[in-house]
Design a protein around this ligand. Structure first.
Ligand code: AMP
Length: 336
């Protein structure tokens, strides 16, 4: 018999109704781990569906056990490093919409040390696990995977995964080993979750391009979806690192978006790549305490020099506001 999620729910609902009498507790996020084998609680989701309460796995075994009943169904994965904000939430909601009532949404919250090229950045990266669980629940996530580095990696791991073309430019040129770390962790998450779909934000445009290449070159049966950048009202792209900005730098940071928009207009009207990049560079460099890491104009797919101006281009920027490195980008075209 084909056990659908609805079947499981019905069975679980009956079982849990029997067991829940007298418990008096309202279903909600179950903080912590080791939920496998415990009774399944149900909740009414925003879209009206009666579903199991979001469940949390901290080990690979727990994750596999939670996923066992939904194998064969659509499984949509949203990998994150936590400190979730509205940008992450948009991905999670999109995952929920994609998976529908029958499918399963998995979010991973894992601050992956292997992708950090700077120990200080890792040490100061914000971590808000309780709030992250709440965000996941509000966005309709079914399973949150929250492993520790010790759970994820064997101490003597000796396999690395290197993309050798797209990752030689932009952030890849500035952050040695970063994308190898990203490919490794995403590959591991793909193996553990075995999703049908995964969603990544265009905020990390290069990451998305590299992961598309990984999926293509390694024949992974997973559909990747790119999600638009979510911004604050002042145009600053939401980022977990924004909370580390000084008030002055936070106030100044929307200059990134403004300069990218102005550059997009310049590019559309036929300005040279150099003139387009120089405009952004000048605007950012004028902010006290800002050091531009790069401003690059590249082909949006292969991320190298624009050779065909009829194709979509990407204007990407990275800049240090004090010790906080911010990235942003915009897809641009010529008015031909
Ligand atoms: P992170 O936790 O920074 O690794 O991000 C997890 C996912 O959320 C990545 O796919 C990011 O591209 C995406 N993301 C982060 N910030 C935003 C944003 N402002 N808008 C859309 N997606 C985002």
């Amino acid at each position: 018999m084909d056990i659908t999620l609805s079947n499981i729910l019905l069975v679980s609902f009956k079982n849990s109704q029997k067991k829940m009498t007298g418990s008096g507790k309202s279903p909600g996020v179950r903080r912590g781990c080791g939920l496998v084998g415990r009774r399944l609680r149900l909740q009414k989701r925003g879209d009206g569906a009666i579903v199991p309460c979001m469940q949390t796995a901290c080990t690979k075994e727990e994750l596999r056990a939670l996923l066992a009943p939904v194998r064969g169904k659509q499984i949509v994965l949203v990998p994150t490093m936590g400190a979730l904000h509205e940008g992450h939430a948009s991905l999670l909601r999109r995952a929920r919409a994609l998976a529908g009532t029958e499918g399963c949404v998995v979010a991973s919250v894992f601050l992956n040390p292997v992708q950090f090229d700077n120990a200080g950045d890792l040490a100061t990266y914000p971590q808000t696990p309780e709030a992250d669980l709440q965000t996941c629940r509000e966005c309709g996530v079914d399973i949150v995977f929250m492993p520790t580095p010790e759970v994820m990696y064997c101490p003597d791991r000796s396999i690395s995964l290197e993309e050798t073309h797209l990752s030689t430019v932009l952030c890849g040129a500035k952050r040695p080993g970063h994308f190898a770390g990203v490919c490794l962790v995403v590959n591991k998450l793909f193996n553990l979750v075995q999703p049908t779909d995964a969603i990544f934000g265009k905020k990390d445009y290069q990451q998305l391009a590299i992961l598309r290449r990984m999926v293509r070159d390694l024949d992974m049966p997973i559909t990747l979806h790119g999600a638009e950048i979510v911004r604050g009202e002042d145009g600053l792209a939401l980022s977990s690192r924004n909370v580390r900005l000084t008030p002055e730098h936070r106030a100044a940071a929307p200059v990134i978006r403004r300069s990218l928009l102005a550059a997009a207009e310049l590019y559309a009207s036929g300005a040279s790549a150099e003139a387009v990049k120089a405009g952004v560079m000048t605007a950012l460099s004028a902010v006290p305490g800002v050091v531009v890491d790069y401003v690059e104009l590249v082909d949006a797919e292969h991320l190298h020099e624009v050779t065909d101006e009829r194709r979509l281009a990407l204007l990407a920027v990275a800049a240090f506001f004090g010790d906080v490195r911010l990235i942003d980008n915009i897809e641009i075209t010529r008015n031909i």
